[in-house]
Every structure is written in C-alpha cells, then in structure tokens.
Design a protein. Structure first.
Length: 309
C-alpha cells in the first residue's frame, strides 16, 4: 500500500479513571497526516496533546479508536514503529556517560548501531562530547533529537524540541526540522509552545482543546480566516465616526483595526476622505498563529509561557 499517509487517527478516545474520577482526556478525534510535511500539534495545558502522542507511539492503549502509521495498525503491526523516531517529554540519558556513549548505548539497544551516523548527528546537533551531567538543558534536548534520529526514521515525532534552547539554537533547530522534510523526505509531527516557531516551520496545524480537535488546516488557511485591515489616519475620532457604521472598528493608539477585506479598501478610503481625515496607511492586518490560537481556545497565557503540553 502507499505510504502517502504517514499518520491516520480514527475515532480515537482515551478515558482515565472511573466514576467521579473519570477523565475523558481525548474525545473521538480524527486526523489524516500526509507524508513529507511538518505537522504542528497544538493545545493548552491538559488539552490531550501528550496523551495523543503516547497513543501514536503505542505507549498507552486507546479506550476506543485506532492509530495507523504508514497504513499499518500500530496495535496489530508493532514493527511499524521501527520507522518512527521520537522525543517525548524531554530526553533522559546516563549522566555519567558522554553524549556519544549515550547514543552508542541507545543505538545498540535499538539494533541500529552505525558509528558514521552517530558522528553525523553529533556534528549536526553541535554536541559537545563530554559527560551529560555537564550539559545544559538545551544540549540535552539536542541530544534527545539526535537519539530520535538514530535509526534514520521515516516519521519523526518531536515533543517540545526547542525547550532550553537560546534564540540562535531555536533558529538552528527550525532549519534542521525543515531540512528533515525538504532535503531528507521525512515527515515530522511537532508539538511546541513557541507558536511563532510553529508558524514558520509547519505546513499544517491541528489545535486540540479539551480533548477535541477544534481547528485543522494549513497555517495560511487558519490565519486568513479573519480578514482585518489596519488604518493609520488622523484625527482618530473622525476615523471611528466615519467607519463604525459599516465595519467593526477597534482603536489601537495611533491606528484602528477594522474587520474588513482588501476589497473594502476603496470604500474605506472614500469614507475617510469625505470626513476630512488625513490617511497615512491602509494595510492588511495579519493575525499571528499565537493570536489565532488564543482566539480559538479562549485561553489566556503569558507571552512565552508554555501553552501546549
């Protein structure tokens, strides 16, 4: 069968506990993820994201539903997981061994020992070959990504791969993830709380909230769902008076944001000129993925704090 579908999730649910302690962590979700892309999986704390990832890897059993990887049911065909590399909830290594020795141990236990590949991964991840107990959080995270790639997998599942990285390291990881897809033909399933990074690196995104998939699509599709314009003009009170009768207008200091499309620009300009307004700029106001995420999940988080675990 074709490998064009890397991940298929069908009516997947997971319930923990019974009676009053019963928690439905994942509720009947369905996803189909094609090969050869970076797919973002986002959700607030407790949304069911990590539970879903654990079911993908057959680490926990679903209550109902099925997970297929490359058209093989992971419960019936567990050997399919040999085509998967994963970093889930941070990496744990032997602190008294070097990064190289840790990878060698992991490769031998996974029956994928290849000294040349270990050397390449250490170089790509810019890893210092010293004992892991002297590693920073970011270095441990890079070593975890290297561990996920030891078997040269077709599907790579990365849970918060940029945790602990500085801005330069985050940028390098972004390029590295894109190269896995664009140059090596792999599929990457990525969860991250850095939504600006997800926006730049992902082809498609799913948002899970309260155990349910609430939005799914390309980043461009999701961000274009709400058309807005930013108008910079003075005096601001006249701008609001001129436009409020036809559009929703929100003042923002020296400008206003209008729920309107590019096709409305000529009408808006005429209205403002009629009211004696001096116009300095009319531009598309594009939402960021973070703004979109917060708008659809109704979750307030401090900028830069984790929003998906």
């Amino acid at each position: 069968m074709s490998d064009s579908i890397a991940i298929r999730i069908e009516n997947l649910s997971k319930v923990f506990g019974r009676g009053k302690k019963r928690v439905e962590a994942v509720k009947n979700i369905n996803l189909e993820i094609r090969s050869g892309q970076v797919y973002g999986f986002l959700g607030p704390n407790g949304a069911g994201k990590t539970t879903t990832i654990r079911m993908l890897l057959d680490l926990i059993r679903p209550t109902t539903g099925k997970v297929s990887l490359f058209n093989q049911d992971v419960r019936r065909e567990p050997q399919t997981l040999r085509r998967v590399g994963a970093l889930v909830e941070g990496a744990t290594f032997y602190p008294f061994l070097t990064g190289r020795r840790n990878l060698e141990v992991l490769a031998r236990t996974s029956d994928c020992y290849d000294p040349a590949r270990i050397n390449r991964l250490l170089a790509q991840m810019d890893m210092a070959d010293r004992r892991v107990n002297g590693y920073s959080t970011g270095m441990k995270q890079r070593l975890g990504v290297a561990g996920a790639l030891l078997s040269d997998p077709d599907l790579v599942i990365l849970d918060e791969p940029t945790n602990g990285l500085d801005p330069a390291g985050i940028q390098e990881m972004r390029v590295f993830i894109r190269d896995l897809v664009d140059k090596q033909g792999k599929t990457v399933f990525l969860s991250s709380h850095l939504l600006s990074e997800v926006e730049q690196v992902c082809d498609r995104v799913a948002i899970i909230n309260h155990g349910e998939i609430i939005r799914e699509g390309t980043v461009a599709e999701l961000l274009s769902s709400k058309a807005q314009l930013r108008v910079e003009a003075v005096p601001l009170d006249k701008v609001v008076t001129a436009l409020a009768g036809n559009w929703t207008v929100v003042p923002n200091g020296v400008s206003v944001t209008i729920d309107a499309t590019r096709n409305d620009v000529p009408h808006i300009v005429r209205k403002l000129v009629e009211h004696g307004v001096d116009i300095y700029q009319v531009a598309d106001q594009r939402q960021t993925l973070e703004e979109y995420f917060l708008s659809v999940t109704q979750t307030e988080v401090e900028h830069g704090e984790p929003v998906s675990r």
